[in-house]
Design a protein around this ligand. Structure first.
Ligand SMILES: Nc1ncnc2c1ncn2[C@@H]1O[C@H](COP(=O)(O)OP(=O)(O)OP(=O)(O)O)[C@@H](O)[C@H]1O
Ligand SMILES: [Mg+2]
Length: 232
């Protein structure tokens, strides 16, 4: 018969395996919805014989398939505890690339998004796919939080000192202190069936794996999610 320690070890591994699966599924929702929209656009363009549009949407499908593969690899390796693949990345390029992936949801919910990059940002060492996952999760959460408000904006600020880079996502909404204490817990969601409560838990794991920190605070009466990354 197994002793208590062995059983609790196995239970912990099972729970982790469940969270790995849930995280991969969570991250695939966006590229899969882009593929589905592009497929519809291709069918429309076929009827019109619009070859240029067909090529454009087919390229988007190709990019999304590539993204799916890198998300599966990055999420699995992060949660399996494998070593992180760090590369020197331009943080402004990373933010701009992420915004391309979020564009559909931003436009759909009529949310404006602006960026404020400090001058002369140096490239930083990070796992690009994982940090893009963090950023897109924070942007999608902001969109969800403000979609029913009259004022709908998101601001992304990036600043740097010699040691660290700070990325802050501020939205036009607000949040209670109580919610701030619970929001990073796995499975905590206020979105009912529409949410899994995996997003922020995964963001925290990725940021911690980069030896950084993530927190939520109120900035000028608005919700601000800030994470830091070591430059090297
Ligand atoms: N920008 C925000 N403003 C207000 N509340 C937020 C914001 N970001 C997150 N939250 C709160 O934190 C909860 C947990 O977020 P998390 O991303 O982990 O899960 P989720 O968004 O509910 O589900 P999923 O990520 O699976 O769609 C949200 O349900 C929401 O209540
Ligand atoms: Mg979320």
């Amino acid at each position: 018969m197994k002793n208590f320690d062995e059983l609790s070890d196995q239970l912990e591994k099972l729970a982790m395996a469940g969270l790995v699966n849930a995280s991969v599924v969570h991250e695939l929702k966006n590229p899969i919805s882009i593929i589905s929209i592009c497929n519809e656009q291709i069918l429309n363009s076929l009827e019109k014989g619009d070859v240029v549009s067909i090529r454009k949407f087919s390229k988007k499908i190709e990019d999304s398939l590539e993204e799916i593969l890198s998300i599966i690899n990055a999420t699995k390796s992060l949660l399996d505890g494998e070593s992180n693949k760090l590369l020197k990345i331009s943080i402004s390029d990373l933010v701009n690339e992420t915004l391309i992936n979020c564009k559909f949801k931003l436009d759909n919910k009529k949310v404006t998004c602006s960026c404020d990059f400090s001058d002369n940002l140096n490239p930083i060492n990070c796992n690009k796919t994982q940090i893009k996952q963090v950023l897109s999760n924070l942007i999608f959460n902001s969109i969800d939080a403000i979609s029913s408000l009259e004022e709908k904006w998101i601001k992304i600020k990036v600043s740097q000192n010699e040691l660290e880079t700070y990325i802050t996502i501020i939205d036009s909404g607000t949040i209670s202190d109580l919610e701030i204490t619970k929001m990073f817990d796995p499975m905590y969601t206020t979105k009912g069936e529409a949410g899994t409560g995996i997003g922020l838990w995964l963001c925290e794991k990725i940021v911690e794996n980069h030896n950084g920190k993530i927190k939520c605070h109120i900035l000028d009466n608005h919700t601000a999610l800030e994470f830091s990354l070591k430059n090297i």
